[in-house]
Design a protein around this ligand. Structure first.
Ligand code: ADP
Length: 545
């Protein structure tokens, strides 16, 4: 017997329709590329997304054609997202900080028909234009600009295009399993691979991400996704925000700490999301300016391990609850979020804080397991102690990569994340490392994350990374690359001494290398691969001949 309830496909257009119907006057505040601010509403975003859907229709695109964006977090970009996916096309967000060869590869691989770009990326687009023959139209995501028109005569301007269109558009009644959006992994090994989300996976992900035990979004919030819209769809926040009808601040291109502090204070942001390097910059700027980040109730930290010292700093100095989360492009990205359970209220504050260091536990819709090997011939015990290969399955987890027909799962249907982690009985998962970042010293594993967490708590270090350096005797040994805080005269010996009694002696890094800057990618993550290329042989070079 089949249930007697209505069936409605889970479509991205239903999210913007909901926001337009019930939260039309809720503010969307956006920093433009030139630094000016635009204040609009869900009602206006919805109207412009329909105008843009009419634009796309006038270009003669067919269902599931790919439309690419290379743009900052701003209101126009948000409008294009709903216009593209809502009308049955696939929104392909591109990370501007990839190499030109990777840009060419992914635009061609995705077979993008339209390329929408922010002014900032004009030169990037001009430099690849002759190598991306399938792109038929280029749209500059801004008002008409004479200089851009001169440099790129065939370009169209977003504001001109939507001004000519009606704000009436009937969203098509699509199959919910149709593709809605496409993100490429950063391709640290080999070519980037596309992850093709569906309307259904996106809407289910939005439900889960908004829950109190996840990102905790509500119609009373004003959220600020600092995480770029090209980094796993800004962790789905533009969809969750429309679902719950919260207000948003979209920070545009200026992601330095001072600019973010200013936005939080001026617009009373209650909840912000970003990677640890962003929060490090924001903390420094808040200390400098004396801001207390008064409106900020919580911040979500993911994309890389959140150092315990950061959790403590937000709590002690800003009364802000820092919530650790983990995910990846292949998981939409929400995999786990660290929210405690009722039974944990019996623990004292330091024990609670200790629990919050972990990446967190899965919401309904995601399952995790830890295995001895990638094929998972043996599943590990859930004791929170023994690390293994982290595998995941669920409604918004990848099955196969874009245009690759064989699926990417284990024989019994799980996705191997490439992360090494522990798992406990409550589902709390703690990442030890990415398998490729683990340091294998004399047959023992050392977690680079653990060593970084200790170093970043040193008051005179601003940014740190631990990598494996090749070693003649031990195969690999950890070395610490560190950027000092301004005016610091801390020495290598001081930093190494800081490790004493915090970790087993044999795990302490062999060297500390001070640098002026640590390379960070477009999504704000430290580029350890680059660091390994630069410093991976220093211990070999030091050995006597
Ligand atoms: P990229 O390869 O560009 O980093 P993703 O954004 O998909 O692409 O990265 C996913 C990976 O980031 C995860 O597999 C994991 O190694 C790491 N990661 C994400 N969140 C965390 C976290 N909270 N703690 C530690 N590592 C994390």
């Amino acid at each position: 017997m089949i249930g007697n309830m209505m069936f409605q496909p889970l479509l991205i257009s239903s999210l913007i329709e909901h926001a337009a119907q019930y939260h039309a006057d809720t503010a969307i505040i956006s920093k433009n590329t030139d630094g000016s601010m635009t204040e609009t509403t869900w009602g206006q975003i919805s109207k412009n997304s329909k105008r843009f859907a009419n634009v796309l229709q006038s270009l003669g695109l067919a269902v599931s054609d790919r439309v690419a964006t290379i743009a900052w977090n701003n209101h126009r970009h948000l409008e294009t997202w709903y216009g593209i996916s809502g009308s049955g096309l696939v929104c392909h967000t591109i990370n501007p900080r990839l190499f030109p060869e990777q840009h060419k590869y992914i635009v061609n691989d995705a077979n993008d028909k339209v390329l929408i770009f922010d002014k900032t990326f004009l030169n990037l687009v001009l430099s690849i234009k002759d190598s991306i023959p399938y792109v038929e139209e280029y749209i500059c995501l801004d008002a008409y600009d004479e200089d851009i028109q001169r440099a790129f005569p065939e370009v169209l301007f977003y504001d001109d295009l939507i001004a000519l269109q009606s704000d009436v558009f009937e969203w098509p009644d699509l199959d919910e399993s149709k593709a809605s959006s496409l993100c490429y992994t950063s391709g640290t090994t080999g070519n980037p691979k596309g992850v093709l989300y569906s309307h259904r996976s996106t809407v289910l992900h939005s439900y889960a991400a908004s829950l109190p035990d996840s990102f905790h979004f509500s119609a009373q919030d004003r959220i600020m996704p600092v995480v770029p819209m090209f980094h796993v769809n800004a962790w789905g926040t533009p969809y969750s925000a429309a679902m719950v009808g919260c207000s948003m601040v979209l920070p545009g291109p200026m992601l330095d700490g001072a600019s973010l502090v200013e936005l939080i204070d001026r617009y009373k942001v209650t909840n912000a999301l970003g990677v640890p390097t962003i929060w490090q910059g924001l903390l420094n700027a808040a200390y400098q300016s004396g801001s207390k980040l008064q409106s900020l109730v919580r911040n979500i930290v993911g994309g890389a391990a959140c150092p315990p010292s950061m959790l403590q700093a937000f709590k002690d100095d800003f009364q802000c609850e820092t919530v650790h989360a983990w995910g990846m492009t292949e998981t939409s990205p929400l995999g786990v979020v660290n929210q405690l359970k009722a039974k944990h209220s019996e623990l004292d504050e330091s024990q609670q804080l200790r629990l919050r260091y972990a990446q967190g536990r899965p919401p309904y819709g995601v399952s995790l397991r830890i295995c001895h090997d990638e094929k998972c011939t043996v599943e590990s015990v859930r004791d929170g102690q023994i690390p293994g290969h982290l595998q995941i399955k669920g409604h918004w987890i990848v099955e196969s990569y874009f245009d690759q027909f064989e699926h990417s799962l284990t024989e019994d249907g799980w996705f191997d994340t490439g992360d090494i982690a522990t798992l406990d009985e409550d589902g709390f998962m703690q990442i030890c490392d990415r398998s490729k970042d683990l340091i294998k010293s004399g047959g023992e594993w050392i977690s680079s994350v653990e060593l970084e967490n200790i170093a970043i708590a040193h008051p005179e270090l601003e940014l740190v990374a631990v990598i494996a350096a090749s070693h003649a005797k031990w195969d690999e040994r950890p070395i610490l690359i560190a950027k000092k805080a301004a005016a610091s005269s801390v020495s290598e010996a001081d930093v190494l001494a800081f490790y004493h009694n915090k970790i087993a002696k044999w795990q302490i890094p062999d060297r500390v290398i001070f640098v002026d800057a640590i390379p960070v990618g477009g999504t704000g993550k430290i580029l350890k691969k680059d660091l390994r290329e630069m410093y991976g042989s220093v211990l070999l070079e030091e050995l006597p001949a």
